[in-house]
Design a binder for this molecule. Structure first.
Ligand code: 5GP
Length: 172
């Protein structure tokens, strides 16, 4: 029986020399890989009381939306700057390689809503730290942060101290 990590393809030197990119397209394109990935995330939400799933562009959409559907909740996208059509809040942050700015619609989270945040991977933690800032600025309460993959050596969890963080796959 294969595990979800068996479906992840590791690409050396992408997008820059020295980086090993964890490619999830090989997880998604295989029916068993896709099921293992969604089920692995899903079981970490069993018994969690929440109202909405927030997913980070773009791979957080792929995993976040089926989880929201599965639990009968809504899905809210965190998008790169300039993509959302209505009034937004935004946050700048540093990436593992480069920097970026993300946005959420101002009316996407209601004050007091319990939020589960989902992304494919945590590296430095900068992306999800910025997403959490936005969620909290809108009055949301982050009850869980879920990743398919965690690059433990980059200590992204340090940035998310105080939050309930879980990953399906951990790389050293
Ligand atoms: P962080 O903000 O934690 O440094 O970087 C995480 C973000 O970068 C995530 O949105 C993730 O999609 C992307 N990312 C960085 N490295 C990788 C990688 O090796 N594989 C994948 N799939 N995404 C990565």
């Amino acid at each position: 029986m294969k595990k979800v990590e068996d479906y992840v393809r590791s690409i050396p030197d992408f997008p820059e020399p020295g980086i090993i990119f964890r490619d999830i397209t090989t997880v998604l394109q295989d029916p068993d890989g896709l099921k293992l990935a969604i089920d692995g995330l899903k079981e970490r939400l069993d018994g969690v009381d929440f109202d909405v799933v927030v997913g980070a562009e773009s791979r957080g959409f792929i995993f976040g939306a089926p989880l929201a559907y599965e639990f009968g909740k809504g899905f809210v996208p965190v998008r790169k700057k300039g993509k959302l059509p209505c009034e937004t809040v935004s946050a700048k942050y540093d990436l593992e390689y480069g920097s970026a700015e993300i946005e959420m619609h101002k009316d996407s989270i209601k004050p007091g809503q319990k939020v589960v945040v989902v992304d494919d991977l945590i590296a430095t933690g900068g992306t999800i730290e910025a997403a959490i800032k936005l969620i909290e600025s809108l009055g949301g309460e982050v009850v869980k942060v879920l990743f398919l993959m965690e690059l433990a050596g980059l200590n992204g969890r340090e940035k998310l101290k105080g939050y309930d963080v879980e990953s399906v796959i951990t790389y050293p």
